[in-house]
Structures are given as C-alpha cells and as structure tokens.
Design a protein around this ligand. Structure first.
Ligand code: IPD
Ligand code: CA
Ligand code: CA
Length: 257
C-alpha cells in the first residue's frame, strides 16, 4: 500500500506540474535572489497531500512549502512538490516531483518523476532502483579526470571558503566537465542511471535529496557527506557517485589533492 500511495502521489503532483507548465501562473520570491515559488508548487503539494492523507491520515509529513505536519507516526513522507522550480518557471523541462518515505528513521522508498521527459525513477531499500520499471545501475568510470560530473548552486552561501564557486573552479580548471541542471533530484537520478559519474552539492534540504539518494544507493552508488560519513538528508552536504570515483572526488572537494 505504501508503494502504490507513493506512486499515486508522485503522479498527482506531476499532473499538476503539466497543467501549469508554460502557461501563466503567479511567481513569488523566497529567501535569497531568484529563490522562487510558484502557484504550481503549492498546487502540486496540495494534490500530493490529498493522495497521502486519503490513504494514511495519521502519517508525519515534511514538505518544502507547507513545512512539517507533525504526527505520532513511524512513517514520514518527505516531499518536494517541484524540484527545479527556477527551470519550471522558465519553461525548461528539467524539473520533477520528489517524494521519499522514511520508515522508523530509515529511508525506505523514493520516487522522482519528470513528466516532461517521461522519466519515473523508483527505489525501495534492498530491492534496487528503476527508471520506468527497468533496472538501472551507476556508471563504471574509475577516475575523476575522465568523469562527467554535475553540481548545483544554492541561492545563498556561494562565496564561502571552499564553497560552491571555489570547488567548481578547481574542477573546471582541471578540465573536468561539471554540469549544472538546476534540479538536485534529477542530478541524483542521472547518477543512478549512469549518465553522470558523480554529483556534489554544498547546501541541500531533506526534500531535495531524500528520494534521490536512496535511488543512487539502490543503483549501486555511494552517497556521503563531504567527510565521507554515511549520508543523512538532514545535513546540508552531499557527494553521490558511482562508488569508484568517490574517494578521489572527496579529495577534490576538500582540496586535499
Ligand atoms: C533547488 C534545486 C537546485 C539546488 C537548490 C535547490 P527547488 O530546489 O534542487 O538544483 O541547487 O539548492 O533548492 O528550489 O527548485 O525545489
Ligand atoms: Ca528542491
Ligand atoms: Ca521545490
């Protein structure tokens, strides 16, 4: 039942995204420059909540726009109603719904759906990861020098020592291609699918990464913080790779090479 509710909720949010996409909708600003929220983010969140609450009215919810709905439950839904809102607001089809289910404090399932390119990613702890129901695996690349990486930039905090701009410059100066898609959930799924060899970002929130990190792990990848500790979505830093370039990429990020 959890899995079918997760899929229904993800699809409901994605339908709302499609109904607003490239049309007219209100856009407002949150903290930072160009940290946008649109009418569609709120409408997607509402549609997702309706599905979850119909099946599980007592579950805990953590969602980007509404915040926390605290319940005495061992199940927590972690929701980003649109990841890649700036892309969405500009009619760029690199955006998605991301929903994770945490069970007794452990990530149990994750779903990420980009309806514009028809990619539905799903993972269940211990059961692998899939794209449109076909099993996916991370890449086999063994060196950062030959990798294609992806990162994201937060709306604030850019010039911090060893911050996003410094690390980006360091890698780019080595000639390593580092892409920037504008959706952390898509970034993670594309690592899981073997398109990127690694992803790192300095400042994410739980709803950006909760589903995607499980999808990477279940596709055979490795996800940690910048120190190489096991990943928790409740702290800001993330490094997600195919596993083979992980230690080397940590060295580049921490300027220890
Ligand atoms: C953002 C995206 C972006 C990342 C930002 C996030 P939003 O989420 O995931 O890739 O760099 O840090 O805030 O605001 O589009 O849901
Ligand atoms: Ca997000
Ligand atoms: Ca969002």
């Amino acid at each position: 039942m959890l899995k079918s509710t997760l899929i229904k909720a993800t699809e409901a949010g994605a339908r709302v995204m499609q109904s607003f996409f490239q049309g007219s909708f209100t856009i407002s600003n949150k903290e930072g420059i160009n940290n946008l929220v649109t009418e569609a983010d709120h409408a997607s969140e509402k549609a997702i909540f309706e599905v979850i609450k119909a099946d599980f009215p007592d579950h805990y919810i953590l969602s980007e726009e509404a915040g926390e709905i605290i319940m005495d439950s061992n199940v927590k839904w972690i929701i980003d109603p649109i990841d890649g809102t700036v892309n969405f607001a500009h009619g760029i089809p690199l955006c998605c719904v991301s929903i994770a289910v945490e069970l007794d404090g452990e990530m149990a399932m994750g779903a990420v759906y980009n309806p514009f390119i028809n990619e539905f990613y799903f993972a269940q702890k211990g059961f692998g990861a899939s794209l449109n129901d076909k099993s996916i695996q991370v890449s086999r690349e063994t060196s950062v020098g030959k990798s294609c990486l992806v990162t994201g930039f937060p709306y604030t905090y850019l010039d911090h020592p060893n911050g996003p701009l410094e690390v980006f410059t360091r890698l780019i100066r080595q000639g390593v291609p580092v892409r920037r898609l504008g959706s952390a959930a898509m970034d993670l799924c594309w690592v899981a699918a073997g398109r990127f060899d690694g992803f790192y970002e300095h400042k994410l929130q739980a709803w950006d990464s909760a589903a995607g990190y499980l999808i990477v792990e279940e596709a055979g990848g490795k996800v940690t913080d910048f120190k190489g500790h096991p990943y928790s979505p409740y702290q800001p830093q993330i490094v997600a790779t195919n596993g083979k370039i992980h230690e080397e990429l940590l060295g580049w990020i921490n300027n220890e090479r």
